[in-house]
Design a binder for this molecule. Structure first.
Ligand SMILES: O=C(O)c1cc(=O)cc(C(=O)O)o1
Length: 504
């Protein structure tokens, strides 16, 4: 049977009516492709990416066409399409993929996602997701307990990414202070003000825009050279906003900033929020994973005083994308703020405890099951296993920091040891090493990282991000969230940057 599938004797339209053997044959071939990909992405000899420009992919490569056919393809071609899709993608599980905060390829997580799509159900009601909804409830309770909230407190929901989690926090804060906004809209409210650090994630401004508060009403609070919010600056920003006639209501503190990996002083910020009766949110999308580590959780001390927390297990805990939670201290607020009691979904006369129909807490209707893969990984690793994984990533960051400190061809962007797994640095090519500090050197240094990145993508041997930030010209940001990365990969990264950039 598998031979028939592979030899192209079976066409896709009958796929839906394939008998057991045909289905098994097709899936077995698919699993072979996926297994081959998983093995390849862990091999250092394989490329991180086989880069092609958009026009090349759209024109078709070696028989791989993105175009949509009128006539069905054979299952054999479907399998070839699957293989090619992986071939031209980026191997984010590769031990030398340092490009994003989410990386790695956890086999149990992958299995969880496979099961999730096989179950193909919706998280809006218990009647269609009994097991997954209970898992979500148990996971959220566990995460709230790790944050430090008692059983009497705590609510939450998994949602599509850290940006939406942060948006929920502002939506809930606004509803908490002004519930009439749900029915009467922003016209019923005074002009509101939010506060976030200059190193925080842009999703705070984006959320203010989406929610009709206006991005210019987000006050950007100064940070120290390490990227940590300065509490005195927050206090003065609040006073300034009040003097302008704005009404402060919300502060976002960041636990693990995107570029520097900095942790804001949560207790100091909580004191200020308490004094001014402001909602305190902690964006721990990136830093939340450190709560799993006894060695590093103290970096988030004070997080238990937050009204809400964003925590993305798809970052440091290595859960396949996406898996992001918004945790809310006040029970019931999510539902009050978002419910519309659609009668075709949330009937009150169902033959079970309808409080488990949690879909109306969401700003969505249909919602993907993001909880199962985290639950399965937690079963496989235990809380301690996640802690060990986090510690490994931060040990890698410390190793890179130590290596950079010993070299004169690299410069650290900030001198302090990494608080998270972010390490930021410049590569200084020989042609720039004699130049005096100043505009000319900055102008030339600004071009180094993009040129090296371009050569890196052509070669495909390693991938790392770069960006400018404030008055700092383009610098590399190396982040570690893949437990498969070893010190040899870090040595390779530095040697490859020198190899690709020494002639610039
Ligand atoms: O979910 C992620 O992997 C993610 C989210 C970001 O906002 C920023 C980044 C990043 O800078 O790598 O990653």
């Amino acid at each position: 049977v598998r031979a028939q599938v592979v030899q192209g004797q079976v066409r896709a339209p009958s796929f839906r009516y394939l008998n057991r053997e045909m289905t098994l044959g097709f899936l077995q071939e698919l699993v072979k492709i996926l297994f081959g990909y998983i093995c390849k992405s862990s091999q250092r000899s394989s490329k991180v990416l086989d880069f092609h420009h958009p026009h090349q992919l759209k024109d078709g490569l070696e028989g791989f066409s993105l175009n949509l056919p009128d006539q069905p393809e054979t299952l054999e071609q479907i399998l070839v399409d699957c293989r090619d899709t992986l071939k031209y993608g980026v191997s984010t599980g590769h031990p030398r993929f340092f490009n994003q905060l989410s990386s790695g390829l956890d086999v149990i997580g992958v299995a969880g996602e496979w099961l999730t799509s096989t179950a193909n159900t919706n998280m809006f009601t218990y009647e269609v997701s009994p097991v997954f909804l209970l898992m979500e409830e148990i996971l959220l309770r566990k995460m709230q307990s790790i944050v430090g909230w008692s059983d009497d407190d705590g609510d939450g929901i998994f949602c599509p990414g850290g940006t939406i989690s942060n948006l929920y926090s502002i939506l809930l804060a606004r509803y908490h202070f002004y519930p009439e906004v749900k029915t009467r809209g922003m016209g019923a409210l005074p002009q509101l003000a939010l506060f976030t650090s200059e190193h925080s994630h842009y999703s705070v401004k984006k959320s203010a825009a989406v929610l009709g508060i206006g991005s210019e009403n987000v006050a950007v609070v100064k940070c120290d050279e390490r990227g940590k919010m300065i509490p005195a600056e927050l206090e003065s920003s609040i006073v300034t906003a009040e003097e302008k006639g704005l009404v402060p209501f919300y502060v976002n503190a960041t636990a693990g900033t995107t570029v520097y990996g900095a942790f804001d002083p949560l207790n100091d910020i909580a004191d200020i929020c308490h004094r001014h009766t402001l909602w305190m949110h902690v964006d721990a999308a990136w830093g939340g994973g450190l709560l799993m580590s006894d060695r590093h959780r103290m970096k988030l001390q004070g997080i238990e005083r937050a009204c809400s927390v964003t925590w993305n297990p798809h970052k440091m805990m290595g859960v396949p994308l996406q898996c992001s939670a918004i945790l809310v201290k006040k029970k019931g607020l999510l539902k009050e703020c978002n419910e519309f009691c659609a009668e075709y979904l949330f009937q009150m006369d169902k033959p079970y405890n309808v409080s488990y129909d949690t879909g109306d807490k969401s700003i969505q209707c249909g919602r993907h099951v993001d909880a199962f893969k985290l639950w399965l990984m937690w079963k496989a690793k235990g809380s301690e296993g996640f802690g060990t994984q986090v510690n490994k990533c931060l040990e890698n960051a410390e190793y890179l920091y130590d290596q950079l400190q010993m070299r004169t061809d690299f410069e650290l962007v900030f001198k302090d040891k990494p608080e998270h797994s972010n390490v930021c640095f410049w590569y200084i090519p020989p042609s720039l090493r004699g130049l005096p500090l100043g505009t000319e050197r900055d102008k030339r240094l600004h071009q180094v990282a993009p040129q090296i990145k371009g050569r890196m993508m052509e070669k495909g041997s390693v991938l790392i991000g770069y960006q400018p930030l404030g008055d700092k010209v383009n610098f590399f940001r190396c982040v570690f969230s893949n437990p498969a990365t070893q010190q040899e990969d870090i040595d390779f990264l530095l040697d490859e940057i020198v190899w690709l950039g020494h002639d610039l």
